[in-house]
Write a protein that binds this ligand. Structure first.
Ligand SMILES: Nc1ncnc2c1ncn2[C@@H]1O[C@H](COP(=O)(O)OP(=O)(O)OP(=O)(O)O)[C@@H](O)[C@H]1O
Ligand SMILES: [Mg+2]
Length: 282
């Protein structure tokens, strides 16, 4: 399947021909973007099209500067594309929506608010007044992300991993149908990251969320997703859409299997920094 309309690349079909695809929650149709830079126009995204089904977990990989964060902001209605359109639940997306939760690359907790007050921020922005049931929900979400007992702690007293948990709880409080995550655990050590990935999978399974996540980590993308999309160097175009057919629930042991290794190699092949012999060419 050639997704970009340019160079044909061998891509594993995301769904087998006989399976009926579930309805798309999010669709990008010919979305492109350029910015005005100091040296004139900078083309960041070439027209790209893809769909994400309800309940799907999709990871986006690509080189630094290829336009991943830009694409995510467009999908979240935070930035308008130059051409093409984004559809959310079959309607053209014209701006941010409560049903779309966003976790940015750098966390932005308010240092003068406790974990609980930070988690309640979206409710406050939306309704101004916090009802007892909002607080109950925020407490339940903090417990869900493993922060029971830290409700009254300020961000400076929480580790980096705990701060990202507060961000997750804050994003979940609006009960978004779609979560857009931009390298949410990028700044964390490998063990904390692994732990948070397991919790993210738990939230995905438990709450039936649709998740679109940017990451730089190939094994992480394979472990979490149903599909991995790969962007080329800037201007980003979609060069691969790889179906990850590992069973759910995912367990860490799976990362040691031969099948997992094959999948990570396939993704790596599309990212394009393997030598010819490593790609399986003579
Ligand atoms: N508002 C903006 N104005 C001008 N140029 C921008 C703007 N936002 C992003 N860019 C440029 O667009 C390109 C893509 O940026 P983007 O942040 O989307 O990349 P990325 O793939 O997320 O990179 P990274 O992996 O490093 O986070 C970069 O060259 C960046 O300088
Ligand atoms: Mg980015």
């Amino acid at each position: 399947m050639n997704l970009s309309g340019n160079k044909p690349l061998p891509v594993t079909p995301a769904k087998s021909a006989d399976s009926v695809p579930p309805p798309a929650l999010l669709a990008a149709d010919g979305v492109s973007k350029q910015f005005m830079g100091e040296n004139g126009e900078l083309s960041v995204l070439q027209p790209l099209s893809f769909q994400i089904a309800r309940g799907e977990f999709v990871c986006l990989l690509g080189p630094s500067g290829s336009g991943k964060s830009t694409l995510l902001r467009i999908l979240g209605g935070l930035l308008a594309p130059d051409a093409g359109e984004v559809r959310f639940a079959n309607r053209r997306l014209e701006g941010p929506r409560d049903e779309i939760g966003f976790v940015f690359q750098a966390h932005n907790l308010m240092p003068w608010r406790t974990a609980l007050q930070n988690a309640l921020l979206p409710v406050e922005v939306q309704r101004r007044r916090i009802r007892p049931e909002d607080e109950e929900r925020a407490r339940a979400l903090l417990a869900l992300v493993g922060l029971e007992g830290f409700e009254d702690a300020y961000p400076r007293h929480l580790s980096g991993g705990m701060q990202q948990r507060v961000v997750l709880a804050r994003t979940l409080i609006q009960d978004p149908r779609l979560l857009l995550l931009d390298e949410p655990f990028g700044a964390l050590d490998a063990l904390t990251r692994e732990r948070l990935n397991l919790e993210l999978l738990h939230i995905h399974g438990l709450r039936g969320k649709t998740i679109f996540m940017v990451t730089h980590d190939i094994p992480e993308a394979v472990f979490l997703s149903d599909r991995v999309l790969v962007l080329s160097e800037r201007p980003g175009r979609l060069v691969a859409d790889i179906s990850i057919d590992l069973p759910r629930p995912r367990r860490l042991e799976m990362t040691g299997s031969e099948h997992f290794a094959r999948l990570t190699l396939e993704v790596r092949r599309h990212i394009g920094y393997l030598r010819g012999d490593e790609r399986g060419e003579a």
